[in-house]
Design a binder for this molecule. Structure first.
Ligand code: SER
Length: 313
């Protein structure tokens, strides 16, 4: 990892990954790529490119002599349900372009899959690595197909591509863009600003979640792992904690007793219901020593402190 390209560099994960990797290997070795202009206060090179444009990506890879790609650009689940055609085009087209460009080179690729690969008939508790995968969102379908594409490119073309199935990611720097798990971030913003949040899924909704520090570290660690240690070339189950919205609200109330959470479920409830409540990530823990650090208590404490500062100075 000497010269790194991050697609979706303006996104929730991309913006923090760029910052973290830049601190480790120098900002001059990081290139962000996004449809939109760079988000201040970025300090790395930034290119405005659509990931469906293969030759434009090729040009960037050559220009900067890229050896590692974190391919994060993607439409998330809720936005994807509103634009299924675009979700297919961007999610599948972008991934295939990156894998094609890595073929025949030494370029290593990280690509995130998601808990959205599971569906209504997947087991909901302690969901195994290998089980029924019947996603019923376009996002989940692109993630499942993408996992198989990664395995195919590894087996047939020796592309060193590595992947994890991210749970919902909680962070305070960049807001998530159109996922079902966005409520787990919105709740903190609304708690700080208004002391009340109206959640778009019900109180008993329980999903696997992870703090951004853990999410960024997992991406870097799987990329730094020995090639032989990465035994699964579809995507690894990965998790930190699971909690219901009601449990999350109660945790916030420990710091802010006046906080109130109301519930008005919309179409995202059905998506959440089709996903696991908690997943078994023992393969990641055994193969490349994955360990999470943040639980609900430490996530809540850090989010409230950081957002208080961000919003009220
Ligand atoms: N956070 C994503 C979403 O909600 C799941 O991978 O769409």
């Amino acid at each position: 990892m000497k010269k790194i390209l991050i697609t979706g560099a303006n996104g929730q994960i991309g913006s923090e990954l760029a910052e973290n990797l830049g601190e480790q290997i120098g900002m001059k070795n990081i290139v962000g790529l996004d449809l939109r202009p760079a988000l201040p206060p970025y300090k790395h090179a930034h290119e405005i490119v659509d990931v469906t444009q293969k030759e434009a990506i090729r040009h960037i890879i050559e220009k900067y002599e890229i050896d590692t790609i974190f391919h994060l650009a993607s439409l998330l689940s809720a936005v994807g349900e509103k634009n299924p055609d675009q979700a297919w085009t961007v999610n599948m087209g972008g991934l295939k372009n990156v894998l094609d460009l890595a073929r025949g080179t030494k370029i290593k690729v990280f690509w995130p899959s998601s808990i959205a690969v599971f569906g209504p008939n997947s087991p909901k508790q302690n969901t195994p690595q290998n089980t029924i995968l019947d996603p019923n969102t376009m996002y989940g379908i692109t993630k499942r197909a993408g996992e198989l594409l990664c395995q195919y490119y590894f087996d047939k073309f020796d592309v060193d591509v590595r992947s994890v199935r991210y749970p919902g990611i909680i962070s305070y720097k960049t807001e998530p863009g159109g996922g079902t798990t966005d409520y787990a971030v919105e709740i903190f913003y609304e708690a700080i600003k208004n002391r009340v949040y109206t959640c778009f899924v019900g109180p008993e909704t329980r999903l696997p979640m992870m703090y951004m520090d853990d999410a960024v570290r997992s991406a870097i660690e799987i990329m730094q792992a020995d090639r032989e240690a990465v035994k699964l070339r579809t995507s690894y189950n990965l998790t930190a904690v699971s909690f219901s919205v009601a449990e999350m609200a109660a945790e916030i109330q420990k710091h802010m007793p006046e906080f109130k959470c109301n519930y008005k479920p919309d179409f995202r409830q059905e998506i959440a219901n089709s996903w696991p409540q908690d997943i078994d990530d023992s393969s990641a823990r055994e193969h490349w020593s994955w360990r999470h650090k943040y639980d609900l208590g430490s996530i809540t404490q850090d989010m409230l402190a950081k957002l208080e500062k961000k919003i009220h100075g």
